[in-house]
Structure formats: structure tokens, C-alpha cells
Design a protein around this ligand. Structure first.
Ligand SMILES: Cc1cc2nc3c(=O)[nH]c(=O)nc-3n(C[C@H](O)[C@H](O)[C@H](O)COP(=O)(O)OP(=O)(O)OC[C@H]3O[C@@H](n4cnc5c(N)ncnc54)[C@H](O)[C@@H]3O)c2cc1C
Length: 310
């Protein structure tokens, strides 16, 4: 794992510059069995650790496991494709599934699919007889078009066009349960970014003596306390996890993304203008931290889920 982390760290800025996924890194992660099913606690730990060095690789692993939850097992990278032009309104999706001799014919398109460029198997939501169900489609039935997003540029994020045979995996509840797992893992990714930004800022503040200013020191204290609280909350959700409970994963995601953004913002501040140099690590993490508000369901959707429990 240490070797993977070293390589992942070195390659990260390059991935951001080129907007290309790194096949060698993915193969390395596969060799270390990071794409095999894992206990949630282990997966969160892996994703958080990798996110500190290479958030793009961490997102790819996280998205793979979201799909794997529906597939149960798969020996290659997978993608979970839900988003369409209806966005957060998953009930309005237009991708269609029609019963055929050997399964279902799935036709439609999905946007912003992590791992879309390189996945071998795609978990896809599609409408069949009025209901949204979950299907698996092999890459032969997919055409992927890279999306030029300003974040997670090494995660193979793509728009995909589907025209292939699918096998049914379950109903919409399966996708929702997978998202509950995914949001906890995504929170660990956010925590990894928060910790990296905090460390970058702290190292610089110590090196330049900025830490001697009480005002700045107390800002570090506030962020450190929030990181610890979010970390403990994620651990508590993981230790008593129920895939049917959407509320606690939504709280996790909301809070973890908030602290990641606060730490990324602070890191840029501590680095001054240098913090904004294009493709510097602080500038990259600042862009990536914002995306956390949107991926795996937006903040507003998290709030809607939480408010339904009142
Ligand atoms: C880095 C990244 C990776 C991603 N990976 C994947 C992936 O692997 N698979 C996949 O399927 N998708 C993926 N997505 C897409 C992501 O899930 C969607 O972007 C997200 O669900 C929001 O959909 P949208 O972008 O269409 O925004 P919209 O749904 O159009 O939302 C626009 C705004 O309206 C608000 N809004 C919408 N509905 C409501 C409501 N009911 N109440 C209050 N406010 C509302 C939203 O919060 C948001 O602020 C990824 C996105 C990112 C950024």
C-alpha cells in the first residue's frame, strides 16, 4: 500500500493537468485487491488514506465499490450510472429497459459517470414498465465520452451512451441502499482531503512562523476540532451501519464535505497567492473540495433526506 500511495501522490498533479485516468495506478490498486469486496470500516480507511494523496484515485475506488454493492462481486473496475438530465430527481430518469430473449435491452444516456471511461461493467438505473430498476451492462454496450470537469480529473468521468443487453440486479431500493453505503465512503474521501489541506497549511504556518499568531493558531484549533468530530461521527455510523438508514450517511456527507471545503479554503489562505497558482496542490484541492457538495447527491438533497426523518 505504501508504494501505491507514493506513486499515487507523485502522479496526482499530472492527472489533474491532463484530465486522464492512470491505467497503471488502477492496475496497482487492483493488484492490492482494493477492488474486491471489503468491510465498510476497511473501505472507508482505504479511501480516506488514498484521498490524502490522490483524490481522483480515491473517487474511482469509492465509485467502484458503490457499483460493487449492487453486483456483489466483480474482478474489474465498475461504474455506477444514475445521473441524467433530470439530475437529482432520480424518479424522472428516461433510460429504458425492454425485456428481450436474453435479459433486457437498455437504451439511454447518463452523465458525470465516475470510471465511465474505463469501467468493464456498468450498474445502470433504467425504467421498466414505469418502475426504475437497476441493471448491469457490460462495456460492449457502452460508448463513453470524457467530460472536461474542473475536478477529479483522473477519475475517468464520462458521459455514457447505453445500447446493450442488461441483466436485472434489483429495484430502486437497491440503488438507494448502495448510495447510503457510497455516501459514508464519500465522507471518508472528503475527510482525507480535509486532513491533507490541514497538514499542508499547518506545515507552512510552522515553517514561516505564522503559527505564532494567536488568531491563526485558533483557526487551526477550530478546524482540527471539526475534523475530529466528523471523523468520530463517520466511525460511529460505520460501526452501527444499516443500509436502510439514509439519514446518518446524509449527515456524514454534509458535515464531511463542509469541513473539507473549510480546510481547502484555509490552505489557500495560508499559502497566499501561491495557494492559487494553477495546478498547485492547494489550488487543485480547492477545486476538488467544492465538487464534494455535488457528487453522490447534493447538499440540498442531503438536507431533504435528513428532514424527512422529522
Ligand atoms: C465529481 C463527481 C462525480 C460524480 N460521479 C457520478 C457517478 O459516478 N454516477 C452518477 O450517476 N453521477 C455522478 N455524478 C453526478 C452527481 O450525482 C450529480 O451531479 C448530482 O446528483 C446532482 O445532479 P445535477 O448535477 O444534475 O444537479 P441538479 O439536480 O440539476 O441540481 C441543481 C441544483 O438544484 C438543487 N436541487 C435539485 N433538486 C432539489 C430539491 N428537490 N430540493 C432542493 N434543491 C434541489 C441541487 O441541490 C443543486 O444545487 C458525479 C458528480 C460529480 C461532481
Amino acid at each position: 500500500m505504501d508504494e501505491l500511495l507514493k506513486l499515487a501522490k507523485v502522479r496526482f498533479v499530472g492527472m489533474d493537468k491532463t484530465n486522464e485516468y492512470d491505467r497503471e495506478l488502477l492496475e496497482y490498486a487492483k493488484k492490492l485487491s482494493l477492488i474486491k469486496p471489503m468491510f465498510l470500516a476497511e473501505l472507508c480507511n482505504v479511501v480516506e488514506t488514498i484521498a490524502r494523496f490522490n483524490p481522483s484515485l480515491a473517487l474511482s475506488i469509492s465509485a467502484h465499490h458503490l457499483a460493487l454493492y449492487c453486483l456483489k462481486d466483480c474482478n474489474d473496475f465498475c461504474a455506477f450510472a444514475l445521473t441524467e438530465k433530470s439530475g437529482s430527481n432520480v424518479k424522472a430518469i428516461e433510460t429504458k429497459a425492454e425485456e428481450a430473449d436474453k435479459g433486457y435491452i437498455i437504451r439511454g444516456s447518463k452523465n458525470f459517470v465516475t470510471n465511465g471511461e474505463f469501467a468493464e461493467v456498468f450498474v445502470i438505473t433504467a425504467r421498466h414498465e414505469g418502475k426504475v430498476n437497476v441493471f448491469a451492462v457490460d462495456k460492449g454496450g457502452i460508448k463513453a465520452e470524457r467530460v472536461d470537469l474542473g475536478c477529479f480529473r483522473g477519475s475517468g468521468i464520462a458521459k455514457i451512451y447505453i445500447d446493450g443487453i442488461g441483466r436485472e440486479l434489483g429495484d430502486l431500493k437497491l440503488a438507494m441502499s448502495a448510495l447510503n453505503v457510497g455516501r459514508v465512503v464519500f465522507s471518508s474521501l472528503a475527510l482525507g482531503i480535509a486532513k491533507r489541506c490541514f497538514e499542508l497549511a499547518l506545515n507552512r504556518a510552522k515553517r514561516l512562523g505564522l503559527i505564532n499568531n494567536q488568531g491563526l493558531r485558533w483557526r487551526f484549533v477550530d478546524l482540527k476540532s471539526d475534523i475530529e468530530v466528523v471523523s468520530s461521527y463517520i466511525n460511529s455510523v460505520v460501526s452501527s451501519f444499516s443500509e436502510k438508514d439514509g439519514v446518518r450517511p446524509a449527515i456524514c456527507k454534509l458535515k464531511a464535505c463542509k469541513i473539507a471545503k473549510a480546510c481547502a479554503d484555509f490552505a489557500v489562505e495560508v499559502f497566499g497567492a501561491k495557494g492559487l497558482i494553477k495546478h498547485s496542490i492547494t489550488e487543485i484541492l480547492y477545486r476538488y473540495a467544492k465538487a464534494l457538495d455535488i457528487g453522490e447527491g447534493t447538499n440540498e438533497i442531503m438536507k431533504e433526506i435528513i428532514s424527512r426523518s422529522f
